[in-house]
Design a protein around this ligand. Sequence first.
Ligand code: SF4
Ligand code: SF4
Length: 479
Amino acid sequence: MTERTNHTLAVKTTKVEILSSEERLPIKVKEDVFLVRGAKRGAICDTNAGNVYSINEFAVKVIAGQQDDPEYQAQLQQMGLTNGERPVPQEVKRAEPKLNFVWFEIISDDCNESCAHCYAESMPPSHRKALGIENGDNPQILDPRPKLKVEEWQRLIREAFDLGCRQCQFIGGEPFVYHDGGKRVIDLAAYAKEVGFEFIEIFTNATLLNTGTIQRIKELGVHMAVSLYSSVPDVHNSITHLPRSHQMTTNNLKRLKEAEVPTRVESVLMHANQHTVAQTMIFIDELGFEPHNPDVLRPKGRGDNPEIQPDDEYLVRYGLMLGPNFSAPKRVFERYSSSHSCLAGKITITDRGDILPCIFSRDQVTGNVVKAGSLKAVLEKDPINDIWTTTKDDVLVCQDCEYRYVCFDCRPLSQGANGGREYQRAPYPRCTYNPYEGEWGGGTWKLDENGNPYYDETLKPIIEKVRSDGNLGAQTKGH
Ligand code: SF4
Ligand code: SF4
């Protein structure tokens, strides 16, 4: 096994060597218990109990059968982690993900709000006109291609179902702005229900709901996801750029609660609302919804603006992984080791028919349903499968980390934090683990100008301060 003597990774010019494909293979030490080797340390992933144990270099050698230590071996056996049999490297079966979730982005660039951070760069037509970009002269903001008609959306909903998909989300822009041929988002959700979708969610700012719509949502069993940026009206309104939007959103959240519509409330952390995070969590709780930490702004669309990013202290507290906080249930280990933890089986269809891996992966157009003629044709011909099967074995730095088969990943975040480079390979930017040293909390990973990863120690003092409170930091989750 290659010995690593690489102790200067904080220096930008350091060349990072990657584990060989053989070293990357998990070692099966017992049925459903695996040793995963990292550059320095290892992890025992007990997929029966879901536990992950961090072990040092010596222990890795003992378990891999390269070193003898009867006492340690007996201890592992006592813990139920080995059964005394010879461990064997295990080939990871590559998954063939099937379509299982679609974001129907029925209105990509129209919204009644103009949120500061919008990934889709949506805004009301009047704002666009005021900015002088209403004629499609900036294709980044207003795409001149025709939008899909309601009949085309219905065909795509049917086709996705026929391809085996049972879960979907309607999103925008603002999906309640959508109308075509007298049909609105709720009619499309009703159609999805009729076709047989088992989980249907609408992601909305909830400013445009009325009693009749809420009643229909309730009757259809549709779930809601609602953005709320702050408990403080002025702070929320300054982000949405819509006066009274806070009042409209919270009033409708109360009505959704009263109607017992299953609803989650989501917040994004940025500079404008960072000082109100704690009180916003309390406010969400008082409204009767499950509070959870906000999603730290991803540098995508209008969010790709350093001026609206939260201060470092908030980024560290709410956005960084500061210590090991993993579990390894069998379905997680199998999925993460053979396909992308978040993206496998998912697509976004934009209102111009483009297929994206997810709503944030704006520049990863893997096909177009209008050009291809059908969804099936896009999924057969275009490179979505390559993205679906991207694992952390493909990601710089993570590929040398022992937690790579139990650690969640976000490709557009990694790409966005690295200047839009290396969608499939950019290191995960919100992790403070250095697998070459086997230590947490010294910095974060970035790409240098040559595309090589380096461990940037700028945030180290803040990380140490936050870690001293016993905080393990964030674990990224999907949308
Ligand atoms: S993000 Fe990458 S380096 Fe950090 S713990 Fe996860 S797999 Fe390891
Ligand atoms: S968490 Fe998943 S859905 Fe969200 S931006 Fe990242 S890859 Fe896309």
